[in-house]
Design a protein around this ligand. Structure first.
Ligand SMILES: [Zn+2]
Length: 677
């Protein structure tokens, strides 16, 4: 499944993050640092020893509870893929085992890949060489989009934000290679830009340019990308669903540009009879339009050669793979050594035929009872949330009614799809990695194009089954939990309610709350962008949200001895979801206790205490400095420490559980306590 619509999802954590040594009650006391007072720093109290004793593996940029589960899932997938190498020869072509086995084998066949060198890029370079006019460049952009080569602007088919049943055409900004637009001009990234120039030069040398020419080419690319970055909207602006919904007829689009004929463009990408499109950033398209004319065809050729080599680098010979790793993983994320090849190839298999792989993974790892227990928890949490909404004094009855209707309408996906993707017709060959990737991209593109003009298929998943993550989709008004995350420390069959509600319960609450965060709350029960709030209620909501922005803006993270602030506006949706999620999960736990009775203390801790400990342990994470800086600039999730501590410093239930008094660090001042959901 292609993840082109990932940006529309509010995921729990958009990064991949060991088998765990979890105590039967779900909390491992060995990880705690009892010398830290829970009233001073709850995150360190729960995770202090883990933080002291854990070393980030050399091949990783971060390591945390997510990575620990991911490592377990990957070992399961490794067994399946190794089995597929034998099984592929015993089945018919097109069988899932053949697809898995041959794709995995082609990725592992480094002899064939080395031999091919840069040869597979030649067809793309020939296409680039032919460009002379702005019209040719637009034609090239259309052609490259089909091949999944990133171009200055992108086009995709996805559900219409104002009519969630129908698919629409979207045009988005792009064209840059560094993690965020700020990397192109912020003073603290000057060294990264220097290293980027060196990387670009090395790549141009690898495709046959002399050192001198390659250095010039590198500067050309940086210049073009910097202009594109300047015209791009910031990530904070990009979070506004109203500002990024700009419906334009093809005629209006044609009037807004001089060098792009949109009628022709949509014909070239294969859309027949396009009438209108939704433009994320119209001003960005105007900049590309201008650049088509005032950047020379020769400079564009250089730029596009880079886009091709950069897109293909992971699948090419070792010289390309190493050079790409050294910049994107080492320089930008601090990673010391490359992941073993099998892990990288596994990622490609999961990314491209994830439901063939996921199907076997589910059969072998996912117990049916897990789904039943998840449904039970989701319904308890939904009920607890509904009760809370009814009790709010800050919200009018009209808005409450809309909120309750929306809450009731949220649908759930748990573990894996009801109907697996059918890979009939897919041609995967042993010994032909680049060919396989090309056919997979073409298939993904055809699937996307097939959606246009048809109703939205709401059964489709945005993540594959082994993914350690979860998401809320505003236009489907649904929450989804792949099987990958339904493991300790999030979810533990053997543990009691306290730890499960603090772990996966809070994740469920988090995803549900995304439907009511600063973005999600602008979509109604049907998933349409429509303001259902009264003006007065919305003002109160925004006032509370601003307090969260201020709370997180005040957190300072130290990277390379420099202090960098968490971006309160960028992380607002996630922080609202965390505060709502843990609050609602706590209410649901209390409801469960009211029915079943409170448990005795375990290891000297009450159920309430273990609930909060369960919450804090899922956020344990260590970052390499470069990865942390990258995250602060690009990730809508604050680092784990601030997620663990940030939400609960607002929660009276936490103060009560751990006897946190006014004046303690883990308790915000009475007039600063934030309650939203
Ligand atoms: Zn989230």
């Amino acid at each position: 499944m292609r993840k082109i619509f990932l940006s529309a999802l509010s995921a729990l954590m958009l990064m991949s993050a060991p088998m765990l040594d979890v105590h039967a009650q779900g909390i491992d006391k060995k990880n705690m640092d009892l010398s830290v007072k829970p009233q001073d720093d709850f995150y360190k109290y729960v995770n202090g020893n883990w933080l002291k004793n854990t070393k980030i593996p050399e091949s990783e940029s971060v390591w945390g509870s997510f990575s620990e589960i991911d490592e377990y899932n990957r070992s399961m997938l490794k067994t399946i893929l190794e089995e597929s190498l034998a099984k592929r020869k015993t089945v018919k072509k097109g069988d899932n085992w053949q697809l898995l086995g041959d794709l995995y084998a082609s990725g592992m066949d480094t002899m064939a890949i080395e031999k091919a060198g840069a040869e597979p890029l030649k067809q793309y370079f020939a296409e680039i060489e032919a460009i002379k006019t702005p019209e040719d460049i637009v034609k090239l952009i259309a052609s490259f989009q089909k091949a999944s080569i990133r171009t200055p602007f992108g086009f995709f088919v996805g559900s219409d934000s104002k009519n969630s049943e129908a698919n629409a055409l979207y045009l988005g900004q792009g064209g840059t290679s560094l993690p965020d637009r700020s990397y192109y001009f912020d003073a603290n990234f000057a060294e990264k830009r220097e290293k980027y120039l060196v990387h670009l030069t090395n790549m141009f040398v690898l495709i046959g340019e002399s050192q001198e020419v390659a250095e010039k080419s590198a500067k050309t690319v940086l210049k073009i990308e910097t202009r594109l970055a300047e015209a791009q909207r910031t990530r904070v602006d990009g979070r506004d669903p109203v500002k990024r919904y700009n419906k334009r007829t093809i005629e209006e689009l044609n009037q807004s540009t001089f060098n792009i004929d949109w009628t022709k463009y949509f014909e070239m990408v294969g859309v027949k009879n396009a009438e209108w499109a939704i433009v994320g950033a119209p001003e960005f398209l105007c900049m590309v339009d201008r650049m088509l004319k005032d950047v020379s065809a020769n400079d564009w050729k250089t730029y596009f050669r880079w886009r091709v080599v950069n897109s293909a680098a992971p699948y090419l010979s070792s010289a390309f793979v190493k050079e790409s790793f050294s910049f994107f993983s080492t320089t930008l994320n601090g990673v010391k050594v490359m992941q073993p090849r099998w892990k990288r190839v596994q990622g490609w298999v999961d990314n491209n035929i994830g439901e063939a792989l996921g199907q076997v993974y589910i059969e072998r790892t996912f117990p049916k009872e897990a789904k039943t227990r998840m449904i039970e928890m989701i319904e308890n949490i939904r009920e607890a949330f509904a009760e809370r909404i009814q009790q709010y004094t800050w919200m009018s009855p009209e808005t409450k009614q809309e909120a309750l209707t929306k809450l009731k309408a949220i649908t759930c996906k748990i573990g894996y799809p009801d109907k697996w993707e059918d890979y009939t017709g897919l041609d995967i060959r042993d010994g032909d990695l680049i060919g396989n990737m090309r056919r997979l991209n073409e298939r993904g593109y055809a699937q996307m194009m097939d959606k246009f003009g048809k109703p939205v298929d709401k059964t489709e998943w945005g993540m594959t089954p082994p993914t350690v993550n979860a998401y809320y989709s505003p236009s489907n008004n649904e929450i989804a939990f792949p099987a990958g995350i339904l493991r300790p420390p999030f979810f533990d069959f053997k543990a009691d309610d306290a730890v499960n509600y603090g772990g996966i319960g809070a994740v469920i609450g988090h995803e549900i709350t995304h439907g009511f965060d600063d973005q999600g709350s602008q979509y109604d029960a049907k998933g349409n962008l429509r303001m259902w709030w009264t003006k007065d209620d919305r003002q109160k909501f925004d006032g509370n949200a601003n307090m969260i922005v201020e709370q997180f803006d005040a957190y300072k993270v130290f990277v390379n001895k420099d202090s960098v602030a968490v971006n309160g506006k960028l992380t607002l949706g996630e922080n609202i979801a965390d505060l709502g999620g843990i609050t609602i999960a706590y209410a649901a736990l209390q409801k469960s206790y009211a029915k079943k009775g409170k448990p005795k203390k375990i290891d000297g801790f009450t159920g309430e205490q273990r609930f909060f400990m369960g919450w804090a342990q899922v956020w344990r994470i260590k970052h390499r400095d470069e990865a942390l800086l990258n995250r602060i600039k690009t990730d809508s999730h604050a680092p784990g420490e601030y997620r663990a501590n940030g939400a609960i410093t607002n929660m009276p239930a936490f103060f009560e559980a751990f006897n946190v008094k006014e004046g303690d660090k883990m308790r915000r001042k009475p007039n600063r306590l934030i309650v939203i959901w």
